[in-house]
Ligand binder design. Structure first.
Ligand SMILES: NC(=O)c1ccc[n+]([C@@H]2O[C@H](COP(=O)([O-])OP(=O)(O)OC[C@H]3O[C@@H](n4cnc5c(N)ncnc54)[C@H](O)[C@@H]3O)[C@@H](O)[C@H]2O)c1
Ligand SMILES: [Zn+2]
Length: 450
């Protein structure tokens, strides 16, 4: 991971690295190898439909049933297998996500204004009709992604939500399916990776296409969405998880270490970065990480992630820490300082902020109610995370009910269009000015306005 300053006007921030990442070859966006595989799979699914989907599911996930769609009967069997406590917890968390999404919906308003007499300009937010939700599942049953993608779509008013998740090591992920069902998915497919994303976007003989895709995933899933963008809408580039912690000397180094490692377990490509004003804290955090890693049950992912991509920077001031964090533009940014809310003013590039020791990225990931589908690989420079607005199309309309106002715009439009040499456009203005002012304009054998 390089600290890429070429896309920002911010000056380079001086820092000393107490721990450098072992690898520095990963730039922004997807790697060429991932891009190539995704291109080939999408092209094949485009021509061969279900047959290709089944072949890729067999190749990548060892699963090729007659149909990937879960029947009502299968769904009920799965629901019956999920322990009541899990169902209760899912229900509680989904309510938190729903409350947040509903508040977001309320923050958007349709409006109509009258700019001149009888000139009405309006805006409406219209939900997309069909959305595809991708719920990751290659390594872990990420059921929380079902809450984030499906509930948010339903609150936005999306009528049809098709949702895909892969098997995990050949097993049906019962709790994930329960979360998808309880969130209100209309169709649930046991299908993952590029083949799931492509099937939902392009459509096959058995899967109707959707209008937009949402949800996080590994590098293949994120790249598949990126390549299909244009043909369908996508929420954002939400690839492998990243965490960055800004800490001062007041932070508890053990908690900093635990929180950094919490995100490295997502996968070997999940970077964790600490930026601190305290060299002493930085050293203690590194020592704690070395002590925790050997017993970590998810060490196989966490250890390479930390060795390859982990970094610890020491900076002179918190202002420098915030500036450097802004250059990283990471998905999750945790602030463990004496006055964490300062970051709300100082920082601009992040997917979500986690302020103070009382909360952590894991709360956001799993339980608290903010959406966990967040921008990665620098996408935080241009977008926030998934929210109700991503499922809505903000459209406009206009009406002019006053003929004098229409005549006024007709003349203005005639002049404006002719400056651009658009004679046809100008005439649409001319005919209204002529008709409403009865000026008797004529061309091509027609006389207007008398
Ligand atoms: N940015 C966010 O908001 C966010 C949130 C949660 C999770 N995540 C990320 O989601 C990801 C989940 O990844 P995952 O792998 O566990 O599940 P996943 O469901 O995203 O991917 C699993 C699928 O990848 C496909 N696949 C695996 N190896 C392949 C290969 N070599 N070629 C082609 N296809 C291949 C398989 O079909 C498999 O079904 C993690 O990277 C995690 O960090 C991101
Ligand atoms: Zn996480």
């Amino acid at each position: 991971m390089t600290i890429d300053t070429d896309r920002t006007t911010a000056p380079a921030v001086p820092s000393r690295l107490l721990k450098s990442p072992a690898r520095t070859d990963e730039g922004r966006g997807s790697s060429p190898e991932v891009r190539k595989v995704v291109e080939e799979v999408i092209a094949d699914i485009r021509t061969r439909g279900d047959e290709a989907v089944r072949e890729y599911s067999e190749r990548f996930d060892k699963y090729s049933p007659d149909t990937f769609l879960l029947s009502d009967e299968k769904l009920q069997e799965i629901m019956a297998r999920v322990p009541q406590q899990v169902i209760d917890d899912i229900t509680f968390v989904q309510e938190q996500v729903r409350v947040m999404a509903q508040k977001q919906l309320e923050s958007l308003s349709d409006f109509e204004i009258e700019t001149l007499p009888g000139v009405l300009l309006g805006q409406k937010n219209v939900p997309v009709e069909a959305a595809g939700a991708y719920i990751p599942g290659g390594k872990y049953p990420l059921l929380a992604s079902a809450h984030m993608t499906i509930i948010t779509a339903k609150v936005a008013g999306v009528e049809r939500v098709a949702a895909c998740t892969p098997l995990i090591q050949g097993e049906v992920p019962d709790a994930t399916v329960a979360a998808m069902h309880l969130a209100g998915a209309d169709e649930i497919y046991l299908l993952g990776g590029i083949q799931a994303v492509a099937a939902m976007a392009i459509g096959t003989e058995t899967i109707r296409p959707v209008n937009m895709l949402a949800g996080p995933g590994n590098a293949f899933v994120a790249e598949a969405k990126r390549q299909l963008f244009g043909e369908v809408g996508i929420d954002l580039f939400a690839g492998p998880t990243e965490v960055l912690i800004v800490a001062d000397e007041h932070a508890d180094p053990f908690i900093v270490a635990v929180d950094l490692l919490s995100q490295t377990e997502h996968g070997p490509d999940s970077p964790a970065v600490l930026i601190t004003t305290s060299e002493d804290l930085g050293r203690q955090v590194i020592d704690h990480i070395e002590a925790i890693l050997p017993d970590m049950p998810t060490r196989d992912f966490a250890e390479p992630a930390w060795r390859d991509w982990g970094a610890v920077h020491v900076v002179q001031s918190l202002d420098d820490a915030y500036a450097l964090a802004d250059q990283y533009a990471y998905e999750h940014v945790q602030i463990l300082t004496e006055e964490p809310r300062t970051a709300l003013e100082k920082m601009h590039n992040y997917g979500a902020l986690f302020l103070g020791e009382g909360t952590c990225v894991s709360y956001g990931d799993k339980v608290i109610g903010t959406n966990h589908v967040l921008p990665t690989r620098g996408a935080a420079r241009y977008t926030g995370g998934l929210w109700v607005g991503k499922y809505l199309r903000t459209v406009t309309y206009q009406e002019v009910v006053n003929t004098e106002s229409s005549a006024f715009f007709g003349e203005l439009c005639g002049r404006a269009a002719r400056v651009e040499r658009f004679e046809g456009h100008a005439r649409s203005g001319d005919v209204r000015a002529a008709k409403y002012r009865r000026t008797g304009l004529s061309w091509s054998g027609h006389t207007f306005g008398q």
